[in-house]
Design a protein. Structure first.
Length: 51
């Protein structure tokens, strides 16, 4: 089952613990949540382009 990163990050943002998320989505592992957060952080990195 595929669970969008936005769903996981949204739950964390609303205060859900890893244990609560894992209970809601039994196919996930704690590592999956960590990777989703790492990916979300990577997407929001700022890049400065000097022209």
């Amino acid at each position: 089952m595929r669970i969008p990163v936005s769903v996981i990050v949204g739950q964390v943002a609303h205060g859900a613990s890893f244990d609560e998320i894992l209970a809601d989505y039994p196919d996930l592992k704690a590592e999956d949540i960590e990777q989703a957060l790492e990916y979300a952080a990577w997407l929001t990195q700022e890049e400065i382009h000097v022209v």
